[in-house]
Design a protein around this ligand. Structure first.
Ligand code: DX5
Ligand code: ZN
Length: 219
């Protein structure tokens, strides 16, 4: 079954804890937490103290997406805050490989992400350390953007890579995911759908999530 990870970026920040419970009750597999530093991306969201505070509200696995420079500085803080998965960007300044080593040393799952304009060759050196690949299908920084279909071949490439190497890899897709683009991604090999505006804007999040979970590859 396809996993669904609602992006809390589209939640009501004035009641983040309640929103997390809503997502868990709607059947989400993970909660996606978008951390932005105003440097790697032109927006700022929240960091470890907020994550630590909402950790008390739910047991759902926390899928942190670090859109920050030099992520190796903050691995311990995010692990201490209760993240179960921490994904860093291969384009980040500093040392994303060191960050991934530190994430794994903390006994949690490590992810590598790539922006729409980044070729898979830039991400490939990080794959041996990765439990998750997060393929960005919008330019990171803001929710509610249009899905960039040109990124779909990167999903297929990653899926082929994992098959060839016999590696168990979660392939997650983030940005502009809705029922139609989500199906395209699953058909290309995605195992996790991240979505903010489309899930939080839906009339019935639970039935939306259960519909997405039923997506399977048609190839
Ligand atoms: C964008 C974030 C996404 C964002 C997705 O920088 O990484 O997780 O919340 O939002 P939608 O689903 O609205 O494109
Ligand atoms: Zn994200």
């Amino acid at each position: 079954m396809t996993k669904v990870s609602p992006s809390m970026l589209s939640a009501d920040f004035s009641k983040l804890g309640e929103e997390l419970v809503r997502v868990e009750k709607a059947g989400a597999d993970w909660a996606h937490l978008d951390v932005m530093d105003g440097m790697f991306v032109p927006n700022i969201t929240f960091g470890p103290p907020v994550i630590k505070a909402i950790r008390k509200c739910s047991k759902i696995p926390f899928d942190a997406h670090l859109m920050i420079q030099a992520p190796e500085r903050y691995v311990d803080a995010f692990a201490d805050a209760g993240c179960d998965m921490v994904t860093v960007h291969c384009e980040a300044e500093g040392n994303p490989a060191e960050a991934m080593d530190k994430i794994r040393e903390r006994g949690i799952k490590a992810g590598i992400s790539l922006n729409p304009e980044t070729p898979v060759s830039k991400m490939e050196p990080f794959l041996d350390k990765a439990d998750i690949v997060l393929v960005m299908t919008v330019h990171p920084g803001f929710g509610g953007q249009k899905f960039i279909a040109d990124c779909v071949p990167k999903i297929s490439w990653t899926s082929e890579w994992a098959k060839k190497k016999g590696r168990k890899l979660e392939i997650s897709v983030d940005g502009g995911v809705n029922p139609s683009t989500g199906k395209t991604c699953v058909d290309a090999g995605a195992t996790v759908l991240v979505a903010g505006s489309s899930l939080f804007g839906s009339m019935d999040m639970a039935s939306e999530i259960s519909g997405w979970k039923a997506y399977g590859p048609t190839l």
